[in-house]
Write a protein that binds this ligand. Structure first.
Ligand SMILES: [Fe+2]
Length: 235
């Protein structure tokens, strides 16, 4: 079982940026409140521009909406962004030095395909480019690869602050609800270590680490699932 006091590995992030044990990161782990808000919707709409939203060219703009809802209404302004993404425990299974890749799929590996897309914003709603996102998760059977880099990989946001991960839906393992781990770091800034969750999971109600502020919007698509989540960094 992965507890909330898992060991933190003091080696550097994949590109040599601040490691998870840096004091700045410890400070960033200070517990905060913060509920899911519609700001994610607003930020994405602003980042993409109304035309992009209307044309459906923005990846997975499902924020705060169910799959049954209609298209988002473009929002003309962004607010002050006072709900930074809350930190969570790293857990015991982080491995530094993951390969740079935006797909964690490997040939022949079974599982339900999942894409996770979104943006990384600063507190003033500006999308942040070149932000490191280092993902790791259990495989579809609920096992972590603690020898190699299976279901581990890092990528960087593009010039518009967007990221997109292709993977499989992680399996369940004892003691936890379904989740994906991630470290997020803007250049020269502290590391945010957190986790993403899936709506409608029975164990969300019993997992003490679960935080509804970290729920992705997830919908079925093309035989798999599409998830979306926007990060807000204290930058
Ligand atoms: Fe985990």
């Amino acid at each position: 079982m992965e507890g909330d006091n898992g060991e933190t590995v003091g080696r550097p992030a994949p590109d040599g940026r601040l490691g998870p044990d840096e004091p700045a990161n410890q400070a960033a782990r200070t517990a905060r409140g913060g509920a899911v808000s519609r700001k994610n919707v607003l930020r994405a709409a602003v980042a993409a521009g109304p035309a992009a939203v209307l044309l459906g060219t923005v990846p997975a703009l499902a924020r705060d909406q169910s799959a049954q809802d209609g298209p988002l209404t473009p929002t003309p302004s962004c607010d002050d962004g006072d709900d930074p993404t809350p930190p969570q425990t790293e857990g015991p299974y982080f491995t530094p030095g993951s390969p740079e890749r935006d797909s964690l799929l490997e040939p022949g590996s079974p599982g339900t395909r999942l894409t996770v897309s979104g943006y990384v914003f600063g507190l003033t709603c500006e999308p942040l480019a070149e932000v490191l996102l280092d993902f790791w998760q259990a495989d579809p059977r609920g096992a972590y690869d603690n020898v190699g880099y299976g279901y581990r990989g890092h990528q960087y946001t593009d010039g518009g602050g967007a990221f997109r991960l292709t993977t499989h839906v992680p399996g369940l393992y004892p003691g936890r609800t379904r989740h994906i781990h991630v470290k997020v770091q803007a250049p020269g800034q502290p590391v945010l270590t957190t986790q993403l969750y899936f709506p409608g999971e029975p164990r969300n109600g019993t997992d003490a680490i679960f935080d509804p502020a970290l729920l992705m919007d997830v919908r079925d698509a093309d035989g798999g699932q599409e998830g979306s989540f926007d990060f807000v960094l204290e930058v």
